[in-house]
Design a protein around this ligand. Structure first.
Ligand code: GDP
Length: 443
């Protein structure tokens, strides 16, 4: 899914993070490539334009460019905006009494409407324990009625169809009446599609929605169709009214165009993703997870999240300032160790940061609780001036500190080496313009 798009975006961000300090031009250049990647994924050009403008205005502010890890922040902004484009917070299909609550499926022929109707029936029945009646009001495609009948049995749902002579709206109305009489709680109506949007189709869909007093009209969109889907979606949204979208065939090699355009164009949330032909292949849709998948950067992003949770921005800025002013002392070092400790196992963190995995000297820095206690004891056995300026700690001071903290001189030596190494790395990083990524190929 979205492989080509993911690959291209990854390449853009990789180049960006290799840069350290970013200028507005760097961001512009990266965004130009993001724009091309989205257009190539067949995202609607208006949608792309708005998206890029939003990202640019957030990403070129001083707070990002002069802050910590600007490249990561740009990635995060792109992810946030992708999430927003896909609908922001996940939304659920809400069906309440009075029963029966009616859902009407609309969309083009071949979009996966009949399959989605059955999957949805299965989902509502399984997840919510509701009794569901599937109503076959697709009178255009002869096989659709039989298809729905078979699927309804597999899905554990009831099935309703009417003989010849009734119009589709009449079938829908009769189906709802049947559900009411037989105590079904939810009705899912399958309707006819066409190859293309036409007047007749819109009119019929509208009349079915009216006749069945639909609570929810769900537009079924084939994710493989790219931005062709946009015109269809717009027509249905304007002419029939759409409450939610079911995006089908996300298990295929969809390029992303339909998925990324449909929410903005219809204004309706994407409620479900179709991920296979089987009845189980329907999942609630989560915009944030989809954005993460499109970016293919789960690890770095979760690292950023963890860092954000563990390290407060003002603390980080004060550390940066101290490093620039060369006043980063052992107390600060201890603070940093405590913060890293809050983020999780150190080796796991190191492996998430490109380039830092190779920093051998830091690998020996094992931040388990015991080690942290020892480090704390050593640092607390130092005088304030030793903590501020460890350079003055000579041999006799080392012996005094070891005795005072109940450790060995080697332990004190090791701590001082690690502190020096951390300071050296941080200075390197800040010299490159505040990027969190160290240059690759460090010792
Ligand atoms: P309709 O004309 O809109 O009712 O479309 P159908 O429900 O008959 O689906 C058209 C084709 O798409 C069928 O072969 C389905 O099996 C297939 N299909 C539907 N949904 C999905 C999906 O989520 N993934 C995949 N791979 N195929 C699907």
């Amino acid at each position: 899914m979205f492989e080509a798009l993911t690959e291209r975006l990854n390449a853009v961000f990789k180049r960006l993070s290799g840069r350290g300090r970013l200028s507005e031009r760097d961001v512009d250049e990266a965004l130009r490539e993001v724009r091309l990647a989205l257009l190539e994924a067949d995202v609607n050009f208006r949608v792309v334009k708005g998206f890029i403008e939003r990202v640019r205005s957030r990403a070129t502010g001083a707070e990002v460019l002069e802050g910590l890890a600007p490249a990561h922040q740009v990635v995060r902004i792109v992810r946030d905006e992708l999430t927003a484009l896909l609908g922001g917070k996940a939304q659920a299909l809400v069906l309440d009494p009075p029963w029966p609550a009616v859902v009407v499926m609309v969309g083009l022929q071949g979009s996966g409407k009949t399959t989605a109707a059955a999957k949805l029936g299965y989902f509502i029945h399984k997840r919510h324990g509701r009794r569901v009646l599937l109503v076959a009001a697709d009178l255009q495609r002869p096989a659709a009625i039989e298809q729905l009948r078979i699927l309804s049995q597999q899905a554990g749902c009831g099935f309703f169809s009417a003989g010849h002579g009734l119009s589709a709206p009449d079938v829908a109305r009769a189906g709802v009446a049947c559900a009411d009489k037989e105590g079904y709680e939810v009705v899912v109506v399958d309707t006819a599609g066409r190859q293309h949007v036409d007047e007749e189709l819109m009119e019929e869909a509208r009349r079915i929605v009216e006749a069945s007093r639909a609570r929810q009209v769900l537009l079924v969109v084939d994710a493989m169709t790219g931005q062709d889907a946009v015109n269809v979606a717009r027509a249905f949204a304007e002419r029939v009214g759409v409450h939610g979208v079911v995006l089908t065939k996300l298990d295929g090699d969809a390029r992303g165009g339909a998925a990324l355009s449909v929410r903005e164009v219809t204004g309706a949330p994407i409620l479900f993703a179709g991920t296979g032909e089987r009845l189980e292949g329907l999942e609630p849709f989560y915009p944030d997870r989809m954005a993460g998948r499109i970016l293919g950067m789960g690890d770095v992003l979760s690292l950023i999240e963890r860092a954000e949770q563990a390290v407060r921005a003002d603390e980080a800025r004060s550390v940066l300032r101290k490093i620039r002013e060369d006043s980063f002392g052992l107390d600060d070092f201890l603070d940093q160790l405590r913060q890293v400790r809050r983020m999780g196992p150190l080796d796991q963190l190191l492996s998430m940061i490109p380039g830092l995995g190779q920093a051998k000297a830091l690998k020996g820095l094992n931040v388990d609780e015991k080690e942290l206690n020892r480090v704390e004891a050593i640092i607390q056995s130092m005088t304030p001036s030793e903590r501020r300026n460890p350079a003055i700690i000579d041999g006799s001071r080392r012996r005094r500190i070891a005795a005072g903290s109940g450790t060995r001189v080697q332990d004190v030596n090791r701590l001082l080496r690690q502190y020096e190494e951390a300071r050296r790395m941080m200075r390197l990083v800040t010299q490159r313009g505040g990027a969190a990524l160290p240059p690759s190929g460090l010792p």
